[in-house]
Design a protein around this ligand. Structure first.
Ligand code: FAQ
Length: 311
């Protein structure tokens, strides 16, 4: 057994140390982490649906194999994150119940439809791109199990982002119809991708405390700006236009300016009124119910094994 010197929560944070599951921590810190990690896990799982919609219609065997692997990765991220949440003393079944009854959230972005194959490219490029910008700083989150989960997840997300870029690159260098399809997907996914970072800083109730605790390392608006700065040159390389005429390099700020975001849309989607909220939840609940026999069989098997090893 290795013992760590007993350090108080505040000293640990002041020293940029990592809080581990058995360390003492304030209840509110624990609750905030459960909220964020559970929401993140639910997002990975619900996030399988929009792209899963295209597995059976991918344009080639190669594209199908890549997409299946990507969607499976998202499932793995979800399971990894539920395991990280469980280190805080909560039960996965309870977290799922909270999602299914609308008491926990998942990311707004997965409530938009995937209308064409190009949407799979736009999700990889923009949604995984935004996820990386948001998640790389989380690798330094003050809670050890979440930070470590993020290291592995970010590596996979960066592969996902490249595959999305490559799909769009192929389409934008294809026929005029393919170019138009790629542009349409980017037009529809750009603003929702910017909304993934959450409300603006002056309307983000959790940010200040989460930053003081070292859970979040940058504010929602800082990360959103970082994403725009990263993405504008990539759009140029793709030969696609971002649907915002206000985008322009600002020499003085050293950043790209961009137009105002319609946050009423974000709040409506979070409230359950996005284009696909009902469909996503109905599908999720149905899949959970259909899987009841697997959970029962696994529990019965575990009980049998335990009885056998006792006897
Ligand atoms: N959607 O005070 P803040 C992925 C809620 S990436 C829905 O700013 P906070 C990869 C927020 O929960 C997507 N709700 O909150 C993938 C809070 O409500 P609450 C998942 C949102 O927590 C790619 C309220 O608004 N990534 O899955 C959203 O400090 C492709 C006030 O907001 C993560 O979850 C939103 N966009 O900051 C998978 C990253 N924004 O809970 C498949 C980890 C805000 O108080 C395919 N999470 N809300 O009732 C975070 O970094 C943070 O939780 C933020 C929000 C930045 C999302």
């Amino acid at each position: 057994l290795r013992y760590r010197r007993a350090v108080s929560f505040d000293d640990l944070l002041a020293d940029d140390g990592r809080v581990e599951p058995r360390d003492e921590m304030p209840d509110a810190y624990r609750r905030t982490l459960v909220r964020q990690i559970a929401q993140h896990a639910h997002s990975e799982i619900i996030g399988m649906q929009p792209e899963g919609n295209w597995i059976s219609r991918a344009p080639s065997l190669r594209r199908k194999a890549i997409l299946m692997a990507k969607v499976q990765d998202e499932a793995g991220h979800g399971l990894y994150l539920y395991a990280a949440a469980e280190t805080l003393g909560v039960d996965r079944a309870d977290l799922l119940d909270q999602l299914h009854t609308g008491r926990q959230k998942y990311s707004s972005i997965f409530n938009y439809p995937t209308l064409t194959w190009a949407d799979v490219g736009a999700i990889g490029w923009l949604v995984d791109g935004a996820a990386i910008v948001n998640q790389v700083p989380l690798c330094r989150c003050s809670y050890g199990p979440y930070a470590r989960a993020m290291v592995r997840i970010c590596k996979e997300e960066s592969f996902h982002q490249r595959q999305g870029f490559e799909i769009l690159h192929t389409l934008s260098h294809g026929t005029p119809a393919q170019q138009a399809m790629a542009q349409d997907a980017v037009d529809r996914y750009w603003w929702p991708a910017l909304m993934m970072f959450g409300p603006p800083d002056d309307d983000s109730p959790n940010s200040e405390q989460s930053m003081a605790w070292g859970i979040k390392r940058f504010s929602n608006d800082e990360l959103r700006q970082r994403f725009v700065d990263m993405t504008v040159p990539q759009a140029e390389a793709l030969g696609l236009t971002l649907p915002d005429p206000a985008i322009a390099w600002n020499e003085e700020r050293g950043h790209y300016d961009f137009g105002p975001i319609d946050f009423t849309e974000l709040f409506e989607v979070i409230r359950g009124n996005g284009p696909c909220n009902r469909e996503r939840m109905a599908h999720k609940v149905q899949a959970h119910e259909d899987g009841a026999w697997v959970r029962e069989a696994a529990s019965a098997y575990a009980a049998k094994q335990a009885a056998r090893s006792e006897g």
